[in-house]
Design a protein around this ligand. Structure first.
Ligand code: NAI
Length: 212
């Protein structure tokens, strides 16, 4: 969608939060909400929320606020959450198994078809019915099953070679947990996850509050 391409990543990065809160409102059968109320629960200012949502055509009505179901649906569409993504994960160690064990990703539409590792002791084990397979077979598996998303939870020294395998087998999106910057062709999207960064923000806030 062309219009979305022009929207800044700063705005895009706020959308999952709106989406999550709107989902919670829907669960509570709340049908409409003002930008002020949304501001109270998200922590963003009402004008920020209006500006953000105006990027996609508004969705709100003067004097009414937002229709929760409609806004949730539209944000889901914008975020590409209307389809089921097929995913595989490489590096079935501590973090890989924790990611695989969390069913919430699947509930959000990311279906983990298989885990891959190079450790023979892990190959053949299952995490929530998802089998750990030999990483030597990952490319064939991806092509055969038309997998779209690859998740990397190997040590950082191995992350690039895993990314190269993903690229060769035509994966389009990589969710990278290894603390390294991957080099991939331009048409492949990479989202890095660094829990450390979030932890450092916590430590900053802690310091600010407690070292006066
Ligand atoms: P781990 O050692 O428990 O697991 C790594 C797994 O990768 C092992 O099972 C190993 O056999 C496998 N592996 C190594 N090379 C491979 C290859 N070429 N192909 C297939 N499998 C391979 O390590 P842990 O604690 O699970 O950490 C994994 C990665 O996640 C590390 O890079 C770590 O720095 C990162 N990490 C990132 C976090 C984040 O917030 N992004 C948080 C915690 C860890």
């Amino acid at each position: 969608m062309e219009r979305e391409n022009k929207v800044s990543m700063a705005v895009i990065r706020r959308l999952p939060k709106y989406y999550r809160y709107l989902g919670e409102l829907l669960d509570k059968d709340i049908t409409r909400i003002s930008s002020h109320e949304l501001s109270n629960i998200t922590g963003f200012t009402a004008s920020q929320i209006r500006q953000d949502l105006n990027n996609f055509g508004g969705f709100g009505q003067q004097g009414y606020g937002y229709n929760v179901e409609e806004l949730h649906k539209q944000l889901g569409k914008i975020l590409g959450l209307e389809k089921i993504y097929k995913a595989v994960l490489v590096g079935a160690g501590n973090l890989g198994q924790a990611v695989a064990n969390y069913k919430g990703f699947e509930d959000a539409g990311f279906k983990l078809l298989a885990l891959f590792d190079k450790n023979p002791k892990l190959i053949g084990l299952k995490i929530r019915d998802i089998e750990i397979l030999d990483v030597d077979n990952v490319e064939e598996f991806i092509s055969k099953n038309e997998v779209e998303i690859g998740i990397i939870t190997t040590p950082k020294e191995h992350a690039q070679s895993v990314a190269d395998k993903f690229v060769k087998s035509n994966i389009k999106g990589i969710w990278n947990f290894a603390p390294t910057d991957l080099k991939v062709p331009e048409d492949i999207v990479v989202e890095n996850v660094h829990l450390n960064e979030s932890l450092f923000i916590l430590s900053y806030m802690y310091k600010e509050k407690n070292e006066k």
